[in-house]
Design a protein around this ligand. Structure first.
Ligand code: EUG
Length: 601
């Protein structure tokens, strides 16, 4: 099969390509790829593009500077982005732009991509950027899909693709249950390495899709679904290149000859790691990660609940069970609409009208499935030997059955390709690719997330659900809510699936997101993470005491990055040279990402 000359017959694999799919998922990936290209109508842009030169430097000066960088790194490690932008798909994603862009293709683009091969070479790039005052934007692997992918916030930034050449697992310690990785190590790759070494006494924790960088996901405070699901909480030790070029190691890494870098995260003195997550204060080149002991047995369970209104009581039932660790993992509570979409069929197979697919259609589709009709589905896992699980599962069963119409689904009734089994693997630390399926809901399916956090309380779940529903209805968008339940809070993840080839759909999705972020903030809710185009708005909602936290962030930024070269605007933090020039993307600014120049100071 091919689309506009793009062959879609095969998929890069591990270990041949650091960002490839493990062999055990190859067939599934091939089917996912076919699904993506079957629903693609967006034409490939054939036009040769001119380089997006970043503001603040003349074109010829910039091109000369790039030539100088080529001499320093080797010509093959500096790629000018003057070719047509190719969106690819999850496993063959571009590092030049946001493949799921909600703006015009040319807004969030890099001018060039560079591939350092070591921490020293990262320092070289940083020194070069300071000398020429060029914005640089580091990515680990660039699979931050739904939040901007590989794209830089400032148009024309030079992307530092760390993962391509820095993709080694530097250490796996089978006694301490830890590892040390470089930016190009994916969850897939670490899983394969643990298997290959026969270390089945250790589990990793994986997000829904395992192709992302462990470092990238963790510094963005991503989530997985075992008891080690809070990735940031589970990391131990960083190596960071600062925006002025120095290298530091945090925690015990600062003590020469230590053997505790991955065992004790704090070291001595201020705990600096926090400022290197969701920030633009440094480039993480190594990270330690703790691994979970194999619990010696596990068992997935799934309950369904019939009515939308069951949400409130259900969440209140979950809270004490979760906080006391009877519910042991970051579980998902998913709405039936997303489960229907997760079959991977286009929306047009279910409904051809405008506006959201009616509830009756979704419920009819659910009724015609092995799980049967429902509104909410809870996917959890119990860990440990059988007799440990039996006790916990009995408490959970008694509690969940307080909701009339609750059904416990017998896994033996579910076919092999049912979504349940994907959740089962993920909660057991086995990376998957199933979650990708719902992008096929629309042609040129793209997704962008609204991700507010709240306590695990029925009133909060109900308020956020109503908020999301209200604005999805306003813009005629299908509503796909899923709650990911942490230890004392939950992330509501609402993925808007949109056709990126349709400017009106893009605009509606963006307006819907802006409405939801504002309304959530009015109610006291904030997002845990967001897309590049929403970072200014979300940062603006964290405004207590006259925006004291952003003033503090800017003070740090100016101290650490006096030339303002590192990922300007990331997480709403703008360097001094950019401030007051309209770079912030807010509702008023519309769909343009650039501001009006940078100061020469
Ligand atoms: C998901 C979960 C996330 C996120 C984006 C997507 C999963 C969707 C818990 O965090 O940020 C089903």
């Amino acid at each position: 099969m091919s689309f506009n000359g793009e062959a879609t017959s095969d998929v890069p694999t591990l270990p041949g390509t650091h960002s490839g799919i493990p062999p055990y998922l190859l067939d599934k990936a091939r089917r996912a790829k076919d699904g993506v290209f079957d629903t693609r109508t967006k034409p490939v842009n054939e036009r040769r593009r001119s380089v997006a030169v970043p503001q603040g430097i003349e074109r010829d000066v910039f091109l000369k500077a790039l030539a100088e960088l080529k001499e320093q790194l080797g010509g093959q490690h500096v790629e000018i982005n003057d070719k047509p932008l190719v969106d690819g798909w999850y496993m063959e994603h571009p590092n030049t732009h946001d493949m799921m862009t909600i703006l015009d293709d040319e807004e969030l683009v890099a001018s060039a991509v560079v591939y350092p091969g070591s921490t020293e070479e990262v320092q070289t790039v940083v020194a070069w950027a300071n000398k020429h005052r060029v914005p640089i934007f580091p990515i680990s692997m660039g699979r931050n899909l739904g939040y901007g992918g590989a794209a830089p916030r400032v148009r024309g930034s030079v992307t530092i693709d760390l993962g391509k050449r820095m993709n080694k697992i530097l250490d796996i310690n089978p006694d301490d249950f830890t590892c040390l990785v470089e930016p190009g190590v994916s969850f897939y790759a670490l899983y394969e390495a643990l298997k290959e070494k026969g270390y089945d006494h250790m589990w990793l924790d994986t997000p829904d899709l395992g192709g992302g960088s462990i470092i990238g996901n963790t510094v963005d405070r991503g989530v997985g679904y075992t008891p080690y699901g809070d990735h940031w909480a589970c990391h131990a030790g960083l190596e960071v290149v600062l925006p002025t070029g120095e290298v530091i190691r945090t925690g015990m890494g600062a003590l020469p000859g230590n053997n505790t870098w991955q065992a004790f995260p704090y070291g001595f003195g201020p705990y600096s790691d926090g400022i290197f997550s969701q920030s633009n204060y440094g480039i993480v080149t190594k990270m330690g990660m703790t691994l979970m002991p194999n619990p010696g047995g596990y068992e997935s369970f799934m309950y369904t609940f019939p009515n939308e209104e069951d949400l409130s009581l259900l969440i209140d039932i979950i809270r004490p069970l979760r906080i006391s660790n009877i519910l042991e993992n970051v579980a998902q509570l998913r709405h039936v609409a997303q489960s229907v979409a997760a079959r991977g069929l286009p929306r047009s197979k279910f409904y051809s009208g405008d506006g959201p697919v009616p509830d009756s259609v979704i419920h009819a589709a659910a009724a015609d499935s092995p799980v049967g009709d429902h509104t909410w589905a809870y996917y959890g896992m119990s860990y440990g030997p059988e007799q440990f699980r039996a006790y916990k599962l009995s408490l959970i069963d008694a509690a969940f059955r307080k909701i009339p119409g609750t059904k416990k689904i017998d896994p033996a009734t579910l076919p092999e390709d049912e979504y349940f089994w994907s959740r089962d693997r993920i909660a057991a630390g086995v990376p998957d690719i199933h979650e990708l399926r719902w992008v096929n809901w629309t042609p040129n399916g793209s997704h962008i997330a609204f991700s507010p956090v709240s306590p695990i309380r029925g009133v909060d779940a109900t308020a956020l659900f109503a908020l999301g529903k209200k604005y999805h209805d306003k813009y005629g968008i299908d509503f796909f809510p899923a709650f990911c339940v942490g230890l004392r809070e939950m992330h509501l993840i609402v993925e808007i699936v949109f056709d990126r080839a349709d400017p009106q759909r893009r605009r509606e999705a963006l307006d819907c997101l802006r409405d939801m972020v504002d309304e959530a903030a009015r109610l006291g809710y904030g997002e845990y993470r967001t897309h590049l185009v929403l970072m200014d708005q979300v940062a603006g909602t964290y405004s207590w005491n006259d925006g004291a936290i952003m003033k503090f962030n800017e003070k740090l930024k100016d101290a650490l990055d006096p030339n303002g070269i590192l990922a300007p605007g990331r997480c709403g933090i703008w360097p001094r040279r950019y401030r007051g020039r309209g770079w912030e993307m807010t509702r008023e600014k519309g769909i343009v990402a650039e501001g009006d120049g940078v100061s020469d100071e």
